[in-house]
Design a protein around this ligand. Structure first.
Ligand SMILES: C[C@H]1O[C@H](OP(=O)(O)OP(=O)(O)OC[C@H]2O[C@@H](n3cnc4c(=O)[nH]c(N)nc43)[C@H](O)[C@@H]2O)[C@@H](O)[C@@H](O)C1=O
Length: 316
């Protein structure tokens, strides 16, 4: 069994590769020339790295002709919401074109590859108070170009399943974090600031954005197990929420991180960290995914945040 992980050098990609290796699966992964390799340096000997620009149909076609994987975990994406406001077309192009090129290559070579598509809770966007916990049949009201790009990925996957019978499973993952999370994302950003304050590398002031947003955080290691189960037991064409079913405000998440440290800090709001429109609450119901695959989260949030803080303590 051979799996291809797009974006293997990224946060989720690196955890996905570790999970697959532990299962004894042959792992290949796409990287770009400018990809940073630090997250996969420890497994580089065990995986096959393939240089591939997903925006380029020729590059994707050549790669797929050579690799012909049984499974694809399509994780490569521009995934930071604020970046999508700065360069909307870049996010749309990157996230949508790459996926179309993969699907077209599967069609061209007549492959029976099973494909997991990393969709997002951001697709739900504006959620009304009576709509939580959010189920898969909730209306999609995306609030950022990133969210729109994920809606497009989601529906393109559905369409390629319906039109051509490609085995796709769409996972709508709610926020996820853990070691190696990029420092722009809120959990990592705050953990890194705390680790730097602990080492005296910065004054004891934590810079924050909107602390009132509510998010449902799953550990990345639970998420990649979910992606595997999605292809093992998920129904082709379906979409599934991956979430814990409980949420906290960003302020509560910050307080949890601070409770894991001895530092005393001031909190300072940074206007640059505010968004043109922020999704107020993302709290997911993953009953459908549990019913079809047996998945449920195993790692408690406190453990995830402890591991994340320790990750940054080891880096700064
Ligand atoms: C499911 C979804 O999950 C992620 O998207 P995100 O929710 O935008 O993630 P984030 O960590 O950037 O923000 C979470 C919340 O935290 C608030 N917030 C407060 N203060 C800061 C702050 O200082 N930095 C950041 N980044 N956010 C802050 C911010 O306004 C927002 O309400 C991606 O994986 C995405 O790819 C994805 O699909």
């Amino acid at each position: 069994m051979k799996a291809l992980v797009t974006g293997i050098s990224g946060f989720v990609g690196s955890h996905m590769a570790e999970f697959l290796l532990a299962k004894g699966v042959e792992v290949a992964g796409t990287i770009r020339q400018r990809s940073r390799m630090e997250h996969i340096a420890h497994i580089e000997q065990d995986i096959k790295l393939v240089e591939c620009e997903l925006r380029d149909p020729i590059s994707v076609e050549q790669m797929m002709d050579r690799e012909r994987p049984d499974l694809i975990f399509h994780l490569a994406a521009q995934s930071f919401v604020p970046t999508s406001w700065n360069s909307p077309i870049d996010t749309i192009h990157n996230n949508v074109a790459g996926q179309i090129h993969l699907f077209e290559a599967i069609r061209r070579f007549g492959l029976s590859t099973k494909v997991q598509i990393a969709c997002s809770s951001e697709e739900y966007g504006q959620v009304e108070p009576n709509e939580v916990p959010i189920r898969e049949d909730n209306p999609l009201r995306p609030l950022s170009p990133y969210a729109v790009s994920k809606v497009a990925q989601d529906y393109l996957a559905y369409q390629y399943y319906k039109s051509y019978g490609i085995h796709v499973v769409r996972t709508r993952t709610f926020n996820h974090t853990g070691p190696r999370r990029g420092e722009n994302f809120v959990t990592s950003n705050f953990a890194k600031q705390i680790a730097e304050i602990e080492k005296g590398l910065r004054p004891p002031v934590i810079h924050v954005g909107n602390l009132q947003a509510k998010r449902d955080f799953t550990d990345v290691r639970d998420v990649v197990r979910g992606y595997w189960l999605a292809l093992e037991a998920g129904t082709p064409g379906e979409c599934y929420n991956i979430a814990t079913g409980s949420c906290c405000t960003i302020e509560e998440m910050l307080n949890l991180l601070l409770s894991l440290s001895d530092v005393k800090v001031d909190i300072q709001e940074d206007p640059l960290r505010m968004r043109p429109s922020d999704v107020e609450i993302l709290l997911g119901c993953s009953a459908k995914f549990h019913a079809d695959t047996g998945w449920k989260p195993e790692i408690p949030f406190r453990q995830t945040m402890t591991d994340l803080l320790n990750y940054w303590r080891g880096k700064v």
